[in-house]
Design a binder for this molecule. Structure first.
Ligand SMILES: *Cc1c(COP(=O)(O)O)cnc(C)c1O
Length: 227
């Protein structure tokens, strides 16, 4: 099926569930992104700063760009002028740098705390207690140019359905807990970014508000050697 047909089918499935669809366009060409754009998609996710900056420069200005991959502190400055949401905040050091760069551009940048829920050792993210420590810190209280609007998580790759559901359930429960403790009167704290091509159905069942879907829309990725 074409990109447009894949997208339309997925939108028909998720739009009525009040879930925001992030089309993950990493490694995909600008032509392929434009095919999704012309089919109505306006929110795209990338995981590589240089690629994100180039696509942002070349593609229509009404696209909402999300950074979903591991972000190095020294690269925040390149995306700070335009990024709409950073899903992958995994340290206070990174959050401080985002705050600093956002201030330079007189912006407030929305962020999600990436929480480590998978079994794999290699996945980036904060442990539950690290996230709480971050939220309790004086440094966090002093940041004026970032807004933490929710959490993000990646389930164990190729795990069984039961385990994936449990991991998403844990993230949802953690979200509810920190909402009560730290964001009780903050309406903006409402996002749970979980679910990708292989597990978005389970994620939505467990309360996801944003799914990040790449290959179901664009087809398989041929991953370049540097990724
Ligand atoms: C690549 C990626 C996705 C999308 O993966 P698909 O399996 O192609 O849907 C979602 N989230 C993150 C963090 C990614 O890096």
């Amino acid at each position: 099926m074409s990109i447009a047909a894949n997208l339309t089918e997925l939108k028909n499935e998720v739009d009525r569930l009040n879930v925001k669809l992030i089309a993950v366009s990493k490694t995909k060409s600008e032509e392929e992104i434009m095919e999704a754009y012309n089919a109505g998609q306006r929110v795209f996710g990338e995981n590589h700063v240089q690629e994100l900056v180039e696509k942002h420069e070349h593609l229509p200005a009404d696209i909402e760009w999300h950074m979903i991959g591991h972000l190095q502190t020294n690269k925040v400055k390149y995306i700070a002028p335009f990024i709409d949401l950073i899903h992958s905040v995994d340290s206070i050091k990174l959050l401080k740098e985002i705050d600093k760069q956002a201030a330079k551009h007189d912006r407030i940048i929305d962020c999600l705390l990436q929480i480590y829920i998978a079994e794999e050792e290699t996945k980036f993210g904060l442990a539950f207690d690290e996230a709480i420590e971050l939220l309790r810190s004086d440094e966090f209280a002093e940041m004026k140019n970032i807004r933490v609007v929710g959490v993000m998580g990646i389930a164990t790759n190729a795990a069984g359905e039961k385990q994936i559901k449990e991991e998403f359930y844990e993230l949802r429960t953690f979200f509810e807990g920190i909402k009560q403790s730290f964001f009780r009167d903050k309406e903006y704290f409402k996002e749970i970014s979980m679910g990708m091509s292989s597990d978005y159905k389970e994620a939505i069942q467990q309360g996801s508000t944003m799914i990040r879907v790449g290959s179901t829309i664009f087809g398989k990725r041929v991953i370049p050697y540097w990724k």
